[in-house]
Design a protein around this ligand. Sequence first.
Ligand code: SF4
Length: 224
Amino acid sequence: MATTLPAAAYPPSDCPICPRLAAFRHEWRAKEPDWFNAPVPPFLPVGGAASVRLLISGLAPGLRGANRTGRPFTGDYAGDLLYSTLKSFGFARGTFEARPDDSLELLEAAIANAVRCVPPQNKPTGPEINACRRFLTPVLDSLPALTVIVTLGRIAHESTLRALGLRMADAPFKHGAAADAGRYRIIASYHCSRYNTNTGRLTPEMFHDVFRAARAAVDSAQAR
Ligand code: SF4
């Protein structure tokens, strides 16, 4: 059983496909040479790709978060809520210290962003989202035990649907909505960004409800 993803799931560190994002990376490499400043790879669980039952599909690295540390949702606020929630529902263990060398480990869950490079103002363009899907598709194709996908925000949701060859009407984006598509249950959530939590658009309880549903769906698929 494969424990890693195929090479096609990993863009080169100097991926030139999105000129605006490549220029932004170069700008930040010059400003902060000790930062990661490259396409951020998916975060896999201790059991490797073959053990993944839940995929969390995120938007893109945050400038001072994953773009700095090299691990999704690590280094900025969004990770605090995501990883504490994953631990609450048995999808992670260890201590999240917002560093890629902390003791946090994922369990049967993986995290991949729809866009691998940090976009200015956290806003990738449509062509950038479409271009980077070529790296999301091989992730989805390489997780043989995957049954549940949680999408964080509309962009990740719609890019994931497209990567799966689904229509938007198959699973319209709505926080907390779940749709079955083939062997997958797709659960949509607002993104766990600081903005969404500060404004009350997403509360920790709402986020817990999403992952409670994901846990139940993973367990029920395993029991079949
Ligand atoms: S966002 Fe994706 S496709 Fe665009 S430059 Fe980065 S890795 Fe390449």
